[in-house]
Ligand binder design. Structure first.
Ligand SMILES: Nc1nc2c(ncn2[C@@H]2O[C@H](COP(=O)(O)OP(=O)(O)OP(=O)(O)O)[C@@H](O)[C@H]2O)c(=O)[nH]1
Ligand SMILES: [Mg+2]
Length: 445
């Protein structure tokens, strides 16, 4: 059974300078012929064309047509790209005309990429890299997505799998020639290789977990006494009025978040309820959420109230005992000297959320903390839970392998470990994960 030819608007919908339609499948050439009269297109050549309606020969639009003959195309099928004007009327008419061809229909979400996967143009990790690239908000996220799309993680998995394939081959030989003894030095050699592999997988899991903030955002929590200006600092950093600012102590109750891009890193900054002893149930809940958030965050900003200088709030001072906590005193515009009476807090920085003074320095300190961690690991990061789960399962198979009492059992554990690695790249049956992954794409991808 031949597959339907699919098409979609691959650029964003709505009014724009350009709209790009992509058509993939065996009818792509026929569509080109009918709408433009070009019968033998040069591969990947940009033709200036006038698109005419196949029924009344009225002009639909003019633009560029490029034909990518299979298998050298994104999907591995014949692909036609039409670059037209980005008007709503053009988009509507082209959609209508393309749907009118027999065997041509609108693509489902992620269907182009699914075909690329089916035709082995991309493996699963690359598909995920593509989804990440499309969704990347910051430079670092984009860099990581490019790596994955280029296949760096997939190569790593293939290398690991290769080690297991060789080990299994040796075991199979041992099982087939059970009458003769398998030389113990061969088995010892396999043990050694598996030990090394285990070590590498563990190292990769640990290093990669450290970098998970690339995907989820680096978490920073702002804490301090009521009225110290925590919400004002959040608004300054995010350059928006995200959080309510008022003279009333205890204004912020819930955790208020803003996402920023600092030097290419995604950062989530959380403003929290002021720390104090309170009898108010809602405020109490807010304070316990603040403390929870402080514990979960990778970095904390402890804000002291400059209005009370040099009195330093005890609860906020205690925070400084926790790792990665930056001490900040706000309201320097009130004109006090932060070098006096600061109780030996050398790393204290003064800011004024009101005037914006010192905010650059605060940003630099946050960025320094993030980039220090990013330098820890430059290899491909495990960007998905399923990668982590498969590597963990692979490791437990390898642990079982070492305890196996018989050759057959040991070989089976190696095979299961290999399956887990294969599941990451999609080289073995993983139907159930496919739906989830391709569902992340919108139509036209
Ligand atoms: N002079 C001066 N006043 C400031 C500064 N930053 C904030 N304020 C004032 O301090 C008061 C409290 O500011 P908020 O940002 O609401 O303080 P908060 O720490 O979020 O307070 P809670 O949410 O109640 O815990 C407001 O009246 C602000 O206008 C500053 O840099 N200088
Ligand atoms: Mg507040």
């Amino acid at each position: 059974m031949t597959k339907d030819t699919i098409f979609a608007l691959s650029s964003g919908s709505g009014r724009a300078g350009l709209s790009v339609f992509r058509v993939s499948g065996s009818m792509a050439l026929q569509v080109l012929k009918t709408l433009t009269g070009i019968t033998k297109p040069k591969a990947r050549y940009a033709y200036r064309v006038v698109l005419k309606n196949n029924i009344d020969k009225e002009t639909i639009d003019d633009g560029i047509a490029i034909f990518f003959p299979n298998p050298k195309s994104f999907t591995g099928e014949d692909v036609l790209e039409l670059h037209l004007h980005g008007s709503i009327a053009v988009i509507r008419e082209v959609t209508e005309v393309l749907s009118g061809f027999i065997g041509v229909r609108i693509a489902n979400a992620g269907e182009f990429t699914k075909r690329a996967f089916d035709n082995r143009k991309l493996d699963l990790t690359m598909v995920e890299g593509l989804a990440d690239l499309v969704n990347a908000e910051t430079k670092e996220q984009k860099r990581q997505a490019h790596k994955q799309l280029r296949g760096e993680f997939s190569e790593l998995c293939t290398g690991w799998r290769e080690i297991l394939v060789q080990a299994i081959t040796l075991y199979e030989a041992g099982i087939d020639f059970a009458d003769e003894d398998l030389p113990t030095n061969l088995i010892d050699g396999v043990h050694g290789e598996i030990d090394k592999l285990e070590e590498e997988l563990e190292k990769h899991l640990i290093q990669s977990e450290k970098s998970s903030y690339l995907r989820d955002g680096f978490q920073v929590a702002i804490l301090g006494p009521p009225n110290s200006g925590k919400s004002s600092i959040l608004n300054c950093l995010s350059k928006r009025e995200v959080s309510i600012v008022s003279r009333t102590a205890g204004t912020t109750r819930d955790v208020v978040e803003a996402r920023l891009d600092l030097g290419g890193f995604p950062i989530t900054i959380a403003d929290t309820a002021g720390l104090r002893d309170s009898e108010d149930l809602i405020e109490k809940e807010g304070i316990s959420r603040a403390i929870q958030r402080a514990e979960d965050a990778e970095m904390r900003i402890a804000v002291f109230d400059g209005e009370k200088w040099p009195e330093l709030d005890k609860k906020t001072l205690d925070l400084l005992e926790t790792k990665n906590t930056l001490a900040v005193v706000n309201k320097t515009d009130l004109g006090f000297d932060i070098t006096k009476g600061n109780k030996g807090l050398i790393d204290l920085i003064g800011v004024s959320a009101k005037l914006g003074n010192g905010i650059d320095e605060l940003e630099d300190k946050i960025l320094k903390e993030v980039s220090q961690r990013a330098d820890v690991y430059t290899g491909p990061v495990l960007t998905r839970e399923r990668h982590v789960a498969s590597l963990r399962d692979c490791l437990s198979c390898l642990k079982r392998y070492k305890e196996a009492s018989e050759l057959e059992l040991a070989a089976e554990d190696l095979r299961l470990a290999m399956r887990e690695l294969g599941a990451i790249t999609g080289h073995i049956g993983v139907e159930e994960v496919l739906g989830n992954i391709f569902g992340e794409f919108c139509i036209g991808k």
